[in-house]
Design a binder for this molecule. Structure first.
Ligand code: FEO
Length: 408
């Protein structure tokens, strides 16, 4: 069912209520969901987000009851995932003069997804404003909340925030606002499933929220929040807060020309920025019993080796064999190393780690559970880490730090 409702002067919600059990991010949304789009019927009519791809035609037909699509001047795309950008498939040719407003990263995605190579784009950055003829929109980039290209849009005159996925709930509601319902459980469930894997980026969002006077949060799924706005914003801050408890990481390595040692120390520095206690051991120099005692106390273990003759080097294998005999349940583990040709040692370490009962990090698992593609495990660095690789190592260390410091 497609509906619309006026939220403020010239501001309309146009929503598709999807009351099926919707497959989504390897979940099944048992309560369904809604896809909320918004029309600001100002002198320069502006659409903020659309609906799921499969409802694109229905959306455009419904939108046409409110406005001739030809009149639309701007289509703001806060997030390119097709459950919000999907309406563009049917709308783009019906709104030939519309300019697409989005982050720089979203431009190529939209061009590819909807064949918009010949269309006009307006790239916006943090703090940019756009006069839409009677109202002013302000934009804030919110990378990784929950994909890299995302942003939020704020209508200054209306004090309405359009944050797309952020502050959403997955529920096929008939009532638009949260006035009469306790939506807390659904709100928390959505946060945990979609936002929490990216919790380290929530801090940036919270800083932006402090600068905005928000009277209504108009997200792209579920309830529009006008009751207890502050409470729901604060829930994001609380759930993404770091835990106070002390965490420990042990890093063990062997190295030929100090490149694997460099990786170990880049990780150490990054982890220490998060107030995590880090012990670093060269397995060729340290006492192995001391290393194993430290592992037993650690919350996470990184193990790395350079590769020589397609194998591990030095005394690391002795440590790895002993790890298999210890109960390491609940600890996070990851492999790393510098290599020149194929990096077999890193994969051998990974195999050893998988034989323990630790939670071994892999790129595949991270993509499947979070959608993040900037974090890679095992960490494989060819020769000495260059600037891009240093960032890659730091991002991976930060990811583990986040896992350790998560309060939920
Ligand atoms: Fe609701 Fe990221 O899509």
């Amino acid at each position: 069912m497609m509906k619309h409702e006026q939220l403020a002067e010239y501001v309309y919600w146009i929503g598709k209520i999807d009351d099926r059990e919707v497959p989504f991010h390897r979940l099944v949304l048992t309560k369904g969901t809604t896809y909320n789009a918004y029309l600001l019927k100002t002198d320069k009519p502006t659409l903020i987000d659309t609906v799921d791809f499969q409802f694109a035609k229905e959306f455009v037909n419904h939108l046409s009851q409110l406005i001739d699509p030809k009149e639309i001047q701007y289509i703001v795309v806060n997030h390119t995932e097709p459950d919000h950008s999907g309406g563009i498939a049917a709308l783009a040719h019906r709104a030939p003069d519309a300019t697409f407003v989005c982050t720089e990263m979203a431009v190529d995605e939209l061009k590819e997804m909807y064949r918009l190579q010949n269309r006009q784009f307006l790239v916006v950055e943090d703090g940019d404003t756009l006069d839409i003829g009677g109202k002013t929109l302000k934009f804030k980039e919110t990378p990784y909340l929950h994909t890299e290209e995302t942003m939020i849009t704020y209508s200054i005159e209306d004090k309405i925030l359009f944050p797309c996925d952020i502050f959403s709930t997955h529920i096929a509601i008939e009532e638009l606002y949260n006035d009469e319902v306790d939506m807390t459980d659904d709100f928390l469930g959505y946060y945990q499933a979609i936002i929490h894997p990216h919790r380290r980026y929530v801090k940036t969002l919270m800083e932006a929220m402090e600068e905005l006077d928000v009277q209504l949060i108009a997200p792209s799924h579920g309830y529009l929040i006008r009751k207890d706005v502050e409470k729901f914003v604060n829930l994001y801050a609380e759930m993404s807060a770091d835990s106070d408890c002390n965490k420990k990481v042990t890093i063990i390595y062997t190295t030929i020309r100090n490149n694997t040692r460099k990786i170990a120390h880049i990780m150490q520095e990054k982890l220490e920025e998060y107030n995590i206690e880090v012990a670093v051991f060269n397995a060729d120099r340290a006492d192995h019993d001391e290393i194993l005692d430290c592992v037993a106390e650690a919350d996470a273990v990184f193990i790395g080796s350079s590769t020589k003759y397609a194998d591990l080097i030095g005394g690391l294998e002795d440590v790895l064999k002993k790890l298999k005999e210890i109960n390491l349940e609940g600890k996070i583990a990851a492999a790393f190393g510098s290599y020149g040709w194929s990096g077999e040692a890193i994969e051998v370490i990974q195999d050893y780690l998988k034989e323990t009962n630790m939670n071994v990090q892999t790129t595949a698992q991270i993509i499947k559970t979070t959608g993040m593609t900037d974090v890679e495990f095992p960490i494989r660095i060819r020769f000495s880490p260059n600037d891009n690789q240093v960032k890659k190592i730091e991002d991976s260390a930060s990811y583990v730090a986040d896992l350790l410091r998560s309060t939920i």
